[in-house]
Write a protein that binds this ligand. Sequence first.
Ligand SMILES: CC(C)(COP(=O)(O)OP(=O)(O)OC[C@H]1O[C@@H](n2cnc3c(N)ncnc32)[C@H](O)[C@@H]1OP(=O)(O)O)[C@@H](O)C(=O)NCCC(=O)NCCS
Length: 184
Amino acid sequence: MEPIVTKRLLLRQFVIGDFESLRDIQSRPEVTRFLYWGPRDDDEVRKGLKLRQSRTSLDGLDSVIEYAVVARESGLLIGDVQIALVSAEYRTGELGFVFHPAHHGLGYAREATTELLRVGFDELGLHRIIGRCDARNTASAGLMGRLGMRREAHFRRNEFVKGEWCDELVYAMLAEEWANRQTR
Ligand SMILES: CC(C)(COP(=O)(O)OP(=O)(O)OC[C@H]1O[C@@H](n2cnc3c(N)ncnc32)[C@H](O)[C@@H]1OP(=O)(O)O)[C@@H](O)C(=O)NCCC(=O)NCCS
């Protein structure tokens, strides 16, 4: 994977030295509230970081590319974004994104995830990219809407997560929608 430079951000492979910054994100209950996991302890963060360091290409089902998101001005690691291959046959990918709360509300997540769509469609030739979130996660749903993804589903109480049945939203974008968006 090649690093990506945007106006304000650097997206790069995770390195061992990212442990403390990643822990500061993943150990926070407010960050992991609507995720399947967390808050994470040190061991869990360490294992997660090792996995992240190894996820550098989409080369088979369930493969993932993970990017550490660094604010160029400060050099701080502010988030973690990923694109996963959920169907090789149908060339379908899925986005994931988690940012430190000190860096929410500034458009950083949008700037980074736009690059995931670009990599997925323009470089990897995906046909469709989806994103999923807990229906109560308005920040996540808002981001996917701002990215131009369509809300395709609202599943009622379909997953049992952290002791309760939860609703799930599914957003998606097709390659042709991405291409039209580019030329608008
Ligand atoms: C989901 C998440 C990544 C969204 O982050 P975010 O910062 O709200 O998203 P964006 O980058 O699109 O920022 C949008 C906000 O920045 C503002 N903004 C400020 N400067 C901006 C700029 N230069 N460009 C774009 N937006 C800007 C927008 O007006 C918007 O503000 P609003 O939320 O008050 O309407 C974040 O809430 C998060 O990490 N949550 C915890 C983990 C999680 O739940 N992840 C998703 C799992 S499915």
